[in-house]
Write a protein that binds this ligand. Structure first.
Ligand code: ATP
Ligand code: MG
Ligand code: MG
Length: 565
């Protein structure tokens, strides 16, 4: 692409090549005004992968020119997230580091009579740009202000002699251009806010339109990769770098990634969080990267998902199931298996002695012996899931019924239900069954179900709280005014988070929890993830500390795409 750059000034290109030696240089430039989301994972992958494929380098650049919206927590979280995805920035940079150079370039622009001090209010500017109806446009009187006067005012803006909103520096572009990005964009505004890095040094701050391309140029970015909403900005980007006569990177656009039944926009995510529709930025129902990390999605799955989504200019809206399929496929390979019952009912094997104890060695993964084995106790009393018992025989139900036989996963012989014991109000209290270890004529079970021993003396079961999630929005597109007449927030699914208390797992949970999985790139312990056989994939919630040895789990995904519907 650089070869296609029409107006490269050879002398600037030579300077640039001296600095980079022809190396590809890209940047991932988030504004630190929120947490990153799955859409950003696409931007991260594109920038890092393109550079990697060409032996290039990638900067993580905080585009921190708006002190009002920025907070320290976002800076920390963004770097952590990039590293968690497995990418290592060549260098971390900040647009604010270039404030002095940017200011000099603004002065240069004034001196070339390509910028002017303007006291129009925002409304006046809007009206002169044709207003809401995009009608005819007019140039403002300040446009013809003498260079020396604009220069003096700009210095006074910097010196703090103007209040917020009183004065801006605008680029003298082309009010008659069909491209709104040429309607004399604001380059600098007065802001009396301390900046988290430059403190109270500055009273004027450059805008995105002024900063972005110039910092790309200063950093010798070769490929300025951005999303298609900046297509209109491409010409103004080139206009500005040409106007101040600096090296011109090439801008190249790709389509934003969107996911149905979800929101990917920092501002809207912020609304969901601050209005209490979700329980924070890392609520596992969100598609922020901190949320999906907490939920147990793996970086490998997220990267594969965004890579396979492809780099086209088309905006893509992908179904959430697509992302979940990538997660499921990866976890199927790497997650150890455990047994858990979410809704336990007790079974007493009445033909075994009260102190019966059989240690059963179980593989942690059926196809990966390197994951080792664990020992679970098999005792006279155990729990199965209430859903695996039905009170009456049913030819389509292959699990436990009165007088019926079912297998217990990893246990050599099946059991037969001999009695249903009820409470006074008729509910099932517990089941009695026989362990068919000495019955050569016992029928072969049609199904094997999961179970956990009810044997506190052997450390079993392990108590759990399980949190199950569904899509946060009812509709694929919560902005569809016909389907959602009362606005996108009215489309939030209030039942998207279900908490199950009193669930139980086998003793393997403790070791699995302690191990977690080590994410080498982030050099940090990741959440422990596993498959509960026949139930789904779960991860230990890193933020919940519930006493009495109970674990809090987030469901990552169900076992099969359709099993959750
Ligand atoms: P948001 O609307 O969520 O705040 P943004 O574009 O304002 O997004 P930035 O912090 O400016 O967020 O984003 C950094 C980079 O990530 C930009 O290059 C931006 O184009 C890209 N990006 C943001 N959202 C997406 C998305 N959904 N798909 C692909 N790239 C994205
Ligand atoms: Mg942005
Ligand atoms: Mg934004």
């Amino acid at each position: 692409r650089p070869g296609e750059n029409p107006q490269i000034r050879p002398e600037l290109m030579i300077e640039h090549l001296k600095r980079t030696g022809g190396q590809v240089v890209t940047r991932f430039p988030p504004e630190p005004n929120g947490f990153l989301h799955v859409g950003h994972a696409k931007a991260i992958n594109i920038n890092f992968a393109y550079a990697q494929a060409h032996n290039g380098i990638t900067y993580l650049r905080y585009d921190d020119t708006n002190p009002e919206a920025e907070e320290e927590i976002y800076f920390t979280s963004i770097l952590e997230t990039v590293e968690w995805l497995g990418f290592k920035p060549h260098k971390v940079t900040y647009s604010s580091d270039y404030f002095p150079q940017l200011f000099e370039l603004a002065v240069k622009l004034i001196e070339k009579d390509l910028a002017y001090a303007c006291s129009c209010t925002g409304e006046e500017m809007h009206a002169m740009r044709g207003g809401d109806s995009r009608g005819s446009r007019t140039e403002c009187v300040h446009r013809s202000r003498p260079v020396a006067e604009s220069r003096a005012i700009f210095m006074d803006m910097k010196a703090g002699k103007y209040k917020e909103g009183e004065m801006t520096l605008r680029m003298k572009m082309d009010m008659q251009s069909p491209n709104p990005q040429f309607w004399d964009l604001v380059a600098y505004r007065v802001l009396n806010k301390p900046h988290h890095r430059t403190g109270a040094t500055w009273r004027v701050y450059p805008t995105y339109d002024f900063t972005h391309c110039l910092v790309d140029s200063i950093e010798d970015i070769t490929h300025s990769l951005c999303t298609t909403e900046f297509q209109m900005s491409r010409e103004s980007y080139y206009w500005l770098v040409d106007a101040v006569e600096v090296y011109k990177p090439v801008q190249w656009e790709y389509g934003r990634l969107n996911i149905a039944n979800a929101i990917l926009s920092k501002r809207k995510l912020n609304t969901l969080v601050t209005q209490g529709h979700v329980l924070g930025w890392d609520d596992p129902r969100l598609l922020t990267l901190s949320a999906v990390r907490r939920r147990g999605f793996t970086p490998e799955a997220i990267n594969a998902f965004v890579r396979d989504a492809g780099v086209t200019t088309a905006q893509t809206v992908l179904p959430p199931e697509r992302l979940e399929n990538y997660v499921r496929d990866h976890l199927n390979q790497v997650a150890p298996r455990l047994m858990a019952v979410l809704d336990p009912v007790q079974v007493v094997l009445t033909n075994l002695p009260a102190d019966h104890y059989e240690p059963i060695t179980v593989a942690n993964h059926p196809r990966d012996p390197s994951m080792g084995t664990r020992v679970v106790p098999f005792t006279r009393t155990l729990f199965i899931d209430r859903a695996d018992f039905r009170d009456a025989a049913d030819p389509n139900f292959f699990r436990l019924v009165p007088d019926g036989v079912v297998g217990l996963l990893n246990v050599p012989h099946p059991i037969r239900c001999t009695r249903v014991v009820r409470t006074a109000d008729g509910a099932i209290d517990f089941l009695e069954a026989a362990y068919l270890h000495d019955d050569a004529a016992a029928p072969k079970p049609k199904t094997w179900i999961q179970w956990v021993a009810d044997a506190p003396e052997h450390g079993s079961p392990v108590p759990l709280e399980a949190r199950l999630f569904s899509n946060l929005f009812h509709h694929a597109n919560p902005f569809d005014a016909e389907l959602v007449p009362n606005g996108w927030l009215s489309d939030v699914n209030a039942d998207s988070r279900r908490v199950i208390t009193g669930a139980l797992s086998d003793v393997g949970m403790r070791a699995a929890a302690a191990k977690g999985s080590v994410n080498a790139a982030a050099a940090a312990k990741d959440v422990a993830r596993f498959q509960f056989l026949r139930v789904g994939y779960f991860a230990i919630d890193p933020d919940s500390d519930i006493p009495n040895g109970q674990y809090v789990l987030n469901q990552i995904v169900s076992l099969k795409e359709d099993s959750k519907k």
